[in-house]
Design a protein around this ligand. Structure first.
Ligand SMILES: *Cc1c(COP(=O)(O)O)cnc(C)c1O
Length: 387
């Protein structure tokens, strides 16, 4: 190739990227200079803001989405001997927290269209030992909340919503978190809004909120000998004021973030066009602009394309591709508990073929066009090299 005619390489596009504005950076500096850097007034302010956002329900913050989920299970009284039903297509944290509290994870296959847990499969998996359901809103798309809570009510089950990816998502005009049982969010760096690391739990009442405070700080309550007592085994899961002030800054443009993501997702559909699926055998995500916050834009590659090849070729275009997720039941830790290939065919197919395209607040429509052109060209090349 004549290097004189080679266009300069376009900048690398990651699949996700946090955006922290200058006001937030200044606010972090202020906390650092204040002399109070761990849990303090900023955590309280953040919790109050979140509580208002979630319709006045009590909210407590933690130092990760993962510990938020584990604490939710403890608050629901779930432990050894109890079964908890969840999806095999999620970040591993979703199932690990069930093991962490000593309970038994039970998987139900996913719906191949929404890629979320199939609620009919959930109902089929219920036994006398089932105590809770953990649905995951993959890419920010909620499950059918009416059906979920009808099943929970009928079988007297707790619901711990893994809404790690779903801040800004809705169900019939209501915010995810403003309805339901225990609802857990993550503020890890890749999520729609971030505190670098962190999470929050939306609770039902003051009693649960008090328990959440105990579990996040060594079980300490402010009563008893010398004004302090410990009556449950807690850990060290509190959020810092440094993280909370980042969260406060992020919340000021959460709505703008969600709107921008929806607009970019819409542009992805426009650019792929109506014939893309039929021409390539790939599957676009469900076109949901009412409920999803578009945390992820995921396409399912056709069987004949190997994901590793696709990712490698996209990197040649300087575009980073993610995948969310490998099926949890096929990890060694879960195989050792009796799970194996063939148990959840939809999860296994999607786990093998799903790819996540770039989508973040500072991505532009021109970037989306660049990604779509690269995807089409890579798929064309790979389809022809395999024939
Ligand atoms: C990010 C995420 C978690 C874990 O959150 P952390 O804050 O990283 O601990 C759990 N479940 C899902 C679905 C996630 O996306």
């Amino acid at each position: 190739m004549n290097s004189n005619t080679t266009a300069p390489a376009l900048p690398f596009l990651p699949f996700s990227k946090p955006s922290i504005d200058e006001a937030t950076i200044a606010a972090v500096s202020e906390v650092l200079r204040s002399g109070w850097i761990t849990s303090g007034p900023k955590v309280q302010e953040f919790e109050t803001l979140l509580s208002n956002y979630f319709g006045g329900r009590p909210v407590r913050t933690f130092n990760s989405g993962t510990c938020t989920m584990a604490i939710a299970l403890r608050i629901a009284g779930i432990g050894p001997g109890d079964e908890v039903i969840t999806t095999p297509i999620s970040w591993i944290a979703t199932a690990n927290v069930i093991l962490e509290v000593g309970a038994t994870p039970i998987f139900a296959d996913i719906d191949p269209v929404t890629r979320n847990i199939d609620l009919d499969q959930v109902e089929a998996a219920i036994t006398p030992r089932t105590k809770a359901i953990i649905p995951v809103y993959l890419g920010g798309l909620p499950v059918d909340m009416d059906k979920l809570y009808a099943i929970a009510k009928k079988h007297n089950l707790r619901v711990i919503e893994d809404a790690a990816q779903a801040i800004g998502s809705n169900w019939k005009g209501q915010r995810i978190g403003a309805l339901g049982d225990l609802v857990s969010f993550s503020f890890q760096a890749n999520k729609n809004i971030t505190t670098a690391e962190g999470g929050c739990l939306v609770l039902n009442n003051a009693e649960e909120a008090r328990l959440a405070e105990k579990y996040r700080l060594q079980g300490v309550s402010r009563t008893g000998f010398d004004g302090i007592d410990v009556d449950v085994l807690g850990g060290k899961y509190n959020m810092t004021d440094i993280a909370a002030v980042i969260g406060l800054g992020q919340m000021t443009y959460l709505e703008a973030i969600t709107q921008h993501r929806r607009a970019l997702a819409q542009h992805y559909f426009t650019m792929f066009g109506a014939t893309f699926e039929a021409e390539t055998g790939a599957q676009l995500p469900p076109m949901n602009f009412e409920n999803s916050n578009w945390h992820l834009f995921q396409i399912i590659l056709p069987k004949q394309i190997k994901r590793a090849d696709f990712m490698e070729k996209m990197l040649e275009h300087n575009i980073g591709i993610g995948y969310h997720y490998a099926p949890i039941h096929l990890f060694t830790l879960y195989r050792q508990r009796g799970f194996k290939e063939g148990m959840f065919p939809h999860a296994e197919h999607i786990g093998r073929q799903t790819v996540t395209l770039p989508l973040f607040y500072t991505l532009t429509k021109a970037d989306v066009e660049r990604v779509v052109n690269a995807v089409k060209s890579v798929m064309y090349t790979l389809n022809n090299s395999n024939n």
